[in-house]
Design a protein around this ligand. Structure first.
Ligand SMILES: Nc1ncnc2c1ncn2[C@@H]1O[C@H](COP(=O)(O)OP(=O)(O)OP(=O)(O)O)[C@@H](O)[C@H]1O
Ligand SMILES: CC(C)(CO)[C@@H](O)C(=O)[O-]
Ligand code: BAL
Length: 283
């Protein structure tokens, strides 16, 4: 029989619980999420279990990372079934605060970023990483985990969080885990729930296009021509012209200078109907 996780609504309670665990000599792991949990999230939880004796999963649809025109209101909220999934994995605590707990009246702090936060998502969601970094800093300070796990699906976010924790010297190890995919290659994402049946049939072309471009680059074909052909394939399949489809240095996310020696990552964001999909792969 599994013990259901403790549901925690306040920062004070989470800080006290984490301090108690640390006093008992237990390692604490954290998996930050916005809920609507799928197997990608659950893989992060399982990886946390291998690294920590106590696991906190956070569920918070963070208003600060959504522009007024974005899908904050529509974002799926499924707390009861999320908690059931986490209970089955033996998660000890779910931190699910409301917005007033995270951003009380008078809240006036926002983290600003450079480095890996420049470009890509920031060109299209300028508010996004300030909102993510501010909430992640708050979550890490609330839960004081020894280790926190993030998915490579949100590759730039992982780079931003890694930089944030290094710059602020937060005492948490940040671990990135590979993207979990459907059998047809589509990266799992809570927003896949927005896709119509027709769009769902088209969506795997995003990952297939990345694979095709990466294979071409590895075989020595010019990246620019491959990216142009990939863009045309996406548009012909029903995607809008991608927000970006680009080859970057996998560590800095800057434009690569020397393809032969730098670690490379191919990243894409593209709208399919009313759903914005992102994906990325190593080259
Ligand atoms: N397919 C996946 N594989 C591995 N990790 C994932 C996957 N999808 C999401 N994650 C990770 O789970 C964490 C929480 O992400 P989030 O709750 O935003 O889920 P999401 O499915 O990415 O939602 P969205 O549709 O909003 O992008 C992040 O670290 C994210 O990178
Ligand atoms: C890291 C995060 C939980 C911050 O709100 C969110 O951006 C997400 O779910 O990837
Ligand atoms: N998965 C990252 C959170 C977001 O896109 O808002």
């Amino acid at each position: 029989m599994t013990t259901p996780p403790r549901i925690i609504r306040t920062v004070d309670t989470l800080q006290a619980l984490s301090a108690e665990w640390h006093r008992a000599g237990l390692r604490v792991g954290m998996v930050p999420t916005m809920g609507a949990l799928h197997s990608g999230h659950l893989a992060l939880v399982e990886a946390a279990r291998a690294r920590a004796e106590r696991i906190i999963v956070t569920i918070f649809v963070n208003p600060a990372q959504f522009a007024p025109t974005e899908d904050f209101a529509a974002y799926p909220r499924t707390e009861a079934s999320d908690v059931e999934k986490l209970a089955a994995l033996g998660v000890e605590a779910v931190f699910a605060p409301n917005a007033a707990e995270m951003y009380p009246a008078g809240f006036a702090t926002t983290i600003t970023l450079k480095g890996p936060a420049l470009g890509l998502e920031t060109d299209f969601r300028p508010h996004f990483f300030a909102g993510v970094a501010t909430v992640v800093a708050k979550l890490l300070i609330a839960g004081f985990p020894d280790v926190a796990l993030f998915g490579e699906k949100d590759y730039q976010q992982l780079a931003v969080v890694t930089q944030l924790v290094a710059d602020l010297r937060l005492p948490t190890e940040i671990i990135g885990l590979p993207t979990i995919r459907e059998a047809d290659g589509l990266a799992l994402s809570s927003r896949n729930a927005y896709l119509t049946a027709e769009e769902r049939a088209v969506a795997p072309i995003l990952a297939a296009t990345l694979q095709e471009i990466a294979a071409g680059i590895r075989s020595g074909q010019p990246a620019a021509a491959l990216i142009e052909a990939g863009t045309a394939r996406l548009v012909a399949s029903g995607f809008r012209t991608p927000d970006y489809l680009t080859l970057r240095n996998a560590r800095t996310l800057a434009e690569p200078v020397d393809l032969a020696t730098e670690p490379l990552r191919l990243l894409v964001a593209a709208w399919l109907g009313r759903t914005r999909l992102i994906d990325n792969i190593a080259v």
